[in-house]
Write a protein that binds this ligand. Structure first.
Ligand code: TYD
Length: 207
């Protein structure tokens, strides 16, 4: 049998990248992230996140398709080989990011997005999505304190991130057997312990 795919999801500033790394290490899983975990992905990520600095126009549907192209390559190079070798995979963002940001955030029809996502993933959805939930105001405070330069999505502002957060919470509410919602407003080590305990109990039969 193949390994399991676990996706860490959340708005910018939710702490998910740190937690994805810690979780992967704790359960001895492969780690990947989107966008940008392949050579093609690095090129796409720089187009996608720094388009304003490069004076590059990207329409909303082009943005969605580039995110999904990144996923297709991540599937081919990282996710599928690891899963078929029997390893579990933790990914820092996956398809739910596209539904949340490009669907709920930008307003693209979710059924259209899903069809393109299915093309990229062959319909593979995570055994579990872990949503690190945080109020937008707190997430923006964290980002401001991190000293990191804002990207295209962080610059889209509070209203946009509110829609993204609503999208995540709606997906989680609609499909509780594949989602776990964790309050991300906690110190990183406590949060890591909480995530590990809950992921283990949800995937007990598999891990
Ligand atoms: P990420 O690398 O998680 O950002 P950071 O390292 O700053 O937390 O993701 C980069 C941005 O890309 C983030 O704002 C979310 C956005 N994104 C989408 O809009 N759609 C997608 O499908 C994915 C995977 C990411």
């Amino acid at each position: 049998m193949g390994g399991l795919l676990i996706a860490l999801e959340g708005i910018d500033g939710s702490g998910k990248s740190t937690q994805a790394g810690l979780l992967a290490r704790s359960i001895n899983a492969s780690l990947t992230f989107e966008p940008g975990a392949t050579h093609l992905g690095i090129a796409l990520r720089s187009l996608l996140l720094h388009s304003a600095a490069n004076d590059l126009a990207i329409s909303t549907s082009a943005e969605a398709l580039l995110m999904i192209a990144d996923r297709a390559q991540d599937m081919a190079e990282n996710i599928l080989p690891a899963l078929s070798a029997g390893n579990n995979v933790v990914t820092d963002r996956y398809s739910a990011s596209t539904i949340a940001y490009q669907g709920y955030g930008r307003g693209i029809d979710v059924n259209h997005l899903q069809a393109a996502i299915d093309l990229a993933t062959g319909g593979l959805s995570p055994a579990l999505n872990v949503l690190l939930d945080l109020p937008v105001s707190l997430a923006l405070e964290r980002l401001a304190g991190s000293g990191k330069k804002a990207d295209r999505f962080e610059e889209a502002g509070v209203k946009f991130l509110e829609k993204v957060r609503t999208g995540y919470l709606s997906m989680a509410a609609a499909d509780p057997s594949h989602w776990m919602v964790i309050d991300s407003n906690a110190p990183a080590d406590q949060l890591a312990a909480n995530i590990l305990e809950q992921v283990k109990s949800r995937l007990e039969a598999h891990l």
